[in-house]
Design a protein around this ligand. Structure first.
Ligand code: SAH
Ligand code: SF4
Length: 371
């Protein structure tokens, strides 16, 4: 299940680890900072573009590191506001990274706020019954370098379209760790990657603009609460009682609500900011008014924001989204209690934006073309 690449990814190095490697090669420490500037600020795409490094050093770097461990194979532009990048890793695994644009009044899409959704695993072991990512189980964890590479690929594709690159800024406003995989099941690589993304010498991206979504791995939520970087947390709740949650999320057996909710409370008290409760609305599974009332009580107790997501149908799975009237009735129960609630009119349906779907389709096509 573990993949050991031929060379480590440059995007998985921190300033410290790169400095150590360079010292071994007889290079001064400041070279590490120069290389990071080329990678994360100037965002060059080849070693040879690092013109303040000697030719022998560039050759050594090329021998030692994989410059970009995730190659762009498909950039699927949606008719609405979502783009999807399909990336191929060194072992031919596919992962996806989504760019969601929120248009602002009076300006074009290129100036809209951008949220990037990244993956942390190939597949997922958690087995939520409604989810495309978990259908084939877990293939493997992503390395820190592969996680960071997704963001760098987004920057590269956005750099070509927007003038922000010249300002040496990351070309997006928020990061959500809501793509394929359970981020807290790949904890060390996740934290290393986000540390690189956050660092001044890296993408310099604020921890408060990064949201990690989890299906509810309690010990890891408590560990995350202790991290010095204040990431935001979203919990995939999807059921307001154990009976409902257990039916659709096997993780609830190990971490039922009586364990999960106190851990979420610890996290939000530690951070002093609102946690988000995600609740996919699935017809006849969790969309009753009774569930809405219980969700309201949980949200009030945790002082949490609620994100209602109409279910995105997955080929081969029987689940459906409820009617708009039913969705609104559910949301009204929360609104009546003055809970901060969003009912997401989901974006990018036309390019299979729900997690895992683009990858599954491409893999199926590959299988077909292989026979
Ligand atoms: N594994 C993590 C993060 C990735 S999933 C987690 O579960 O939180 C990101 C979000 O997409 C989760 O809330 C997940 O439940 C939701 N999701 C999965 N399949 C979906 C679908 N078909 N329609 C709508 N949301 C879906
Ligand atoms: Fe994994 Fe999240 Fe999908 Fe559940 S919803 S199978 S945890 S990716």
């Amino acid at each position: 299940m573990k993949f050991t690449p031929e060379k480590p990814a440059l995007t998985g190095e921190t300033l410290d680890t790169l400095t150590v490697r360079l010292k071994e090669a007889g290079e001064p420490a400041f070279r590490a900072g120069q290389i990071m500037t080329w990678v994360y600020k100037k965002r060059v795409t080849s070693w040879d573009a690092m013109t303040n490094l000697s030719k022998p050093l560039r050759a050594w770097l090329a021998d030692t590191f994989d410059f970009m461990p995730a190659e762009l194979v498909l950039n699927k532009h949606s008719e609405d506001v979502t783009d999807k990048l399909l990336l191929e890793l060194r072992d031919k695994s596919l992962i996806e990274t989504v760019i969601i644009r929120a248009p602002q009044d009076g300006v074009g899409l290129d100036h809209s706020r951008k949220t990037i959704c990244i993956s942390t695993q190939v597949g997922c072991a958690m087995g939520c019954v409604f989810c495309a990512s978990g259908l084939a189980g877990l293939k493997r964890d992503l390395s820190a370098g592969e996680i960071v590479a997704q963001l760098l690929q987004v920057c590269r594709s956005e750099d070509a379209r927007t003038p922000r690159a010249r300002m040496e800024l990351a070309s997006f406003d928020n990061i959500v760790v809501m793509g394929m995989g359970e981020p807290l099941a790949n904890y060390d690589a996740l934290i290393r990657a986000l540390t690189i993304v956050n660092a001044e010498w890296g993408l310099g991206f604020g921890a408060r603009r990064i949201t990690i979504s989890t299906s509810g791995l309690v010990p890891k939520i408590l560990q995350l609460a202790e991290e010095p970087l204040g990431f935001r947390l979203a919990i995939s709740l999807h059921g307001a009682t154990d009976a409902v949650r257990e039916k659709i999320m096997p993780v609830n057996k190990a971490y039922p609500l009586a364990k999960l909710l106190p851990a979420v409370k610890v996290f939000s008290e530690q951070h002093g900011r609102m946690v988000t409760l995600e609740f996919i609305l699935i017809e006849d599974i969790n969309d009753s008014l009774e569930q809405a009332k219980l969700l309201r009580n949980i949200a009030l107790d945790l002082h949490a924001h609620v994100n209602l997501i109409p279910y995105n149908t997955v080929e081969g799975l029987p689940w459906k989204r409820p009617s708009i009237t039913r969705q609104e009735r559910f949301a009204d129960v929360l609104r009546a209690a003055s809970i901060s609630v969003t009912l997401r009119r989901e974006k990018g349906h036309d390019i299979d934006a729900a997690c895992g779907q683009l990858r599954l389709k491409t893999e199926k096509t590959r299988e077909l073309s292989a026979v």
